[in-house]
Design a binder for this molecule. Structure first.
Ligand code: HEM
Ligand code: MG
Length: 287
């Protein structure tokens, strides 16, 4: 369901002394709302897997607060369970949101509840297309899924971060300058090339290789906007956590070049979590 127009993100902690059988039944009931009209992804932290009595995937860690150069920071708000649902209908999403919360309430404490929407042709609220460099087709699954045959094969590591923008500050720059901040053109999302691409652009910060291997991730972020805040609920998938770590550290100026990402001049992350989304088959075994 790429291009879905409406999303809801729920991050939960498991209540103390939870009735595990009850919790599993409740999660299954929510998961079964998957349909032609709505797609639901369930993912768990290390603690989340432990509560289910399942082995956490190798390499899964909690998101730790990262402190970069120039007082830049990315805080953790690690929860135990992260649920993402999306569809082409705001009405369907509203019904899901209300019923999921009612079903899960008894067992879980809600840390974060965020709605997201598709803005024009999948743009961030800055007006730039978000997702252009995502891996496509078969390549996508290769970059995102733990290989079949390995433990937790066909599952994916997940990052969530709620970013809040200062849009007035971003838009105070001329379009040409905005393009230098992002590293792509605004209207057609064409990557800047050669000397035209600044080292501190967002694309320069996150388009990385480690030992010759491209640190590709698949992004499915959604913008949000209400009276208090406007920003991006950043959602990414990859076959290991290293890819997120390397990108975040680079954004913060912690990698060898010591250059931070200009995107952080006008947007800051308020939350951060790492999860693992098992394949459907594995998930149903756990529930
Ligand atoms: C690319 C926006 C945060 C990873 C992009 C692009 C935009 C964008 C407009 C260029 C178009 C595209 O290829 O999708 C934002 C905004 C953010 C944000 C507004 C938060 C305020 C992040 C974070 C990460 C990240 C936290 C990493 C954890 C990437 C990657 C690319 C990308 C990997 C593709 C780079 C390439 O290979 O060309 N982002 N992004 N972004 N972003 Fe972000
Ligand atoms: Mg850097």
């Amino acid at each position: 369901m790429e291009g879905s127009t409406s999303a809801i993100f729920l991050e939960y902690k498991v209540k103390n002394d939870v009735n595990v059988i009850g919790l599993k039944k409740a999660l299954l009931k929510v998961y079964e709302k998957n349909s032609d009209q709505i797609l639901i992804l369930m993912s768990f932290s290390k603690k989340g897997f432990a509560v289910l009595g399942a082995n956490a995937p190798e390499g899964l860690q909690d998101f730790k607060t990262l402190n970069g150069i120039n007082n830049l920071s990315m805080p953790t708000s690690q929860s135990d369970i992260f649920i993402w649902a999306h569809s082409f209908s705001k009405s369907v999403m509203f019904d899901f949101q209300e019923s999921a919360k009612e079903i899960l309430n008894e067992f879980l404490t809600l840390d974060l509840e965020q709605e997201g929407f598709r803005y024009h042709d999948s743009r961030d609220l800055t007006g730039f297309v978000d997702g252009s460099a995502n891996p496509k087709g078969d390549k996508r699954m290769e970059e995102v899924l733990v290989p079949i045959g390995e433990n937790n094969g066909n599952g994916s590591f997940v990052i969530t971060q709620k970013w809040v923008h200062d849009l007035a500050s971003f838009h105070s720059h001329k379009v040409e300058e905005q393009e230098k901040i992002i590293g792509r053109t605004k209207v057609d999302s064409i990557e800047l090339e050669g000397d035209a691409m600044p080292k501190d652009s967002h694309v320069s910060s996150v388009d990385l290789k480690v030992d010759g291997e491209a640190m590709k991730i698949y992004r499915r972020s959604f913008p949000f906007a209400n009276a208090e805040e406007k920003g991006l609920f950043f959602l990414g998938f990859a076959k290991n956590l290293q890819r997120f770590d390397v990108q975040l550290e680079s954004m913060l100026g912690l990698s060898d070049d010591g250059i931070s990402d200009r995107i952080m001049d006008f947007s800051i992350p308020k939350t951060g979590g790492y999860y693992f989304a098992p394949s459907v088959k594995e998930l149903l075994k756990h529930l």
